[in-house]
Write a protein that binds this ligand. Structure first.
Ligand code: F6P
Length: 380
């Protein structure tokens, strides 16, 4: 899809006029992940090479647009002459705190900062903005765009891969690769010591990382929040293995898995914020209470987010970036790019947000895991 100009017939005068978008912005929002820099790079090249646009990189997500002067980096060919494509994180900065509708102020109060964001966009003279974010960031930016007439297009990114209407989001493949590598490393030490190694992976409400890495890394037990499990079920699996003479094993658990009686495991931080974490230790305790199995726990955490992007994520980010610029250039706003059947397509942002994607019981990967003899929970 390449159109250099959008045209419109002026009502009543029959004259065809051409508009050409001259200046666009990019921001990364929410938790970082592998592939963000690759996406920004791709957006820049498409915008500059194909459409001659000026491209500004907004710093620290929406926070950059709130600041005065607005915090941005003018992007040029020099910006991308180094190794950015290969680097994790986002050189523009991002934030997953501070909802702009209720933004925490230094005096402890909360303020609606959305008008500052809207003003920031207009002060920079932006005609379009590409938002690289997850479902939370997309909802916030969609609402702000509606209030302030901002022209936005979204690119889905999240290691959790839970954005709807797209088969893949940027960052997911990198996280799966890191988790698989961790299982590869844990296998040898599990075998050396005859232990059960429990790997806790991220995934706030969805088990995509756990099921994918678990299969790729040869796990014997994979627990995801979408499927109920029991400690007895795990113990039976370990006993079955022991009866076959196999006394070491690998277990993957998604951080959002609850205890057997439904308690969410969270760690309270000094600032009062609660974050998921600890289910791996709970499982270890419970298994060791009921068996003579020796467990050890590894909580993988943010290495899944900060790792250099895999080739797959670099490719996805590059394809998404090109398509997102084409959407803006064609004056197609409020659209999200999506990956479907090996093609980039676009859907309404609202569709991406409203169709939150979890691991479905009918997902072929569940059947695959079961066929491999993996315990994935108490499935009838
Ligand atoms: O949503 C992405 C994610 O990495 C989750 O998997 C995880 O629970 C959360 O973000 C961690 O957030 P933070 O960076 O605030 O610790």
């Amino acid at each position: 899809m390449v159109t250099l100009v959008a045209s419109e017939e002026l009502p009543g005068c029959g004259t065809q006029i051409n508009f050409k978008m001259k200046k666009i912005g990019i921001l990364t929002s929410g938790g970082d992940c592998g592939g963000l820099n690759a996406a920004v790079r791709s957006i820049f090249f498409r915008a500059k090479n194909t459409y001659g646009m000026e491209v500004l990189g907004i710093q620290d997500g929406t926070v950059g647009l709130m600041q005065r002067p607005v915090a941005f980096l003018p992007l040029d060919y020099q910006t991308f002459s180094g190794s950015l494509l290969r680097q994790g994180g986002t050189f523009l900065g991002t934030t997953n705190k501070g909802n702009p509708f209720k933004f925490p102020m230094p005096d402890g109060s909360y303020k609606d900062r959305t008008q500052d964001i809207i003003d920031g966009y207009h002060e920079l003279g932006l005609e379009g903005l590409i938002v690289i974010g997850g479902d939370g960031s997309m909802s916030i930016l969609t609402e702000i765009a509606k209030r302030g007439n901002l022209n936005i297009v979204a690119i889905p990114k999240t290691i959790d891969n839970d954005v709807g209407a797209t088969e893949s989001s940027i960052g997911f493949n990198t996280a799966v690769s890191v988790a698989t590598q961790a299982l590869d490393n844990l296998q040898s030490t599990a075998a050396s010591h005859n232990r059960t190694m429990i790997l806790e992976v991220m995934g706030r409400d969805a088990g995509h990382i756990a099921i994918n890495a678990g299969i790729a890394g040869g796990a014997d037990v994979i627990l995801i929040p979408e499927i109920n499990y029991s400690i007895n079920g795990i113990v039976n699996k370990l006993t079955e293995m022991k009866n076959r003479g196999i006394v070491h094993s690998l277990m993957v658990v998604a951080e959002a898995v609850k205890t057997e009686n439904g308690k969410t495991y969270e760690i309270e931080f000094a600032d009062g914020q609660k974050r998921l974490g600890g289910i791996g230790s709970y499982l270890s305790e419970e298994i060791m209470k009921k068996t003579d199995v020796e467990c050890r726990v590894t909580s993988l955490g943010h290495v899944q987010r900060g790792a250099p992007p895999t080739p797959r994520d670099r490719i996805l980010a590059s394809a998404f970036g090109v398509y997102a610029v084409d959407l803006l250039a064609n004056y197609k706003f409020d659209r999200m790019v999506a990956w479907k059947d090996r093609k980039v397509v676009d859907v309404a942002i609202s569709e991406g947000i409203s169709t939150y994607k979890v691991v479905d019981r009918t997902d072929p990967l569940i059947e695959t895991a079961l066929a491999l003899g993996v315990y994935v929970g108490d499935i009838d």
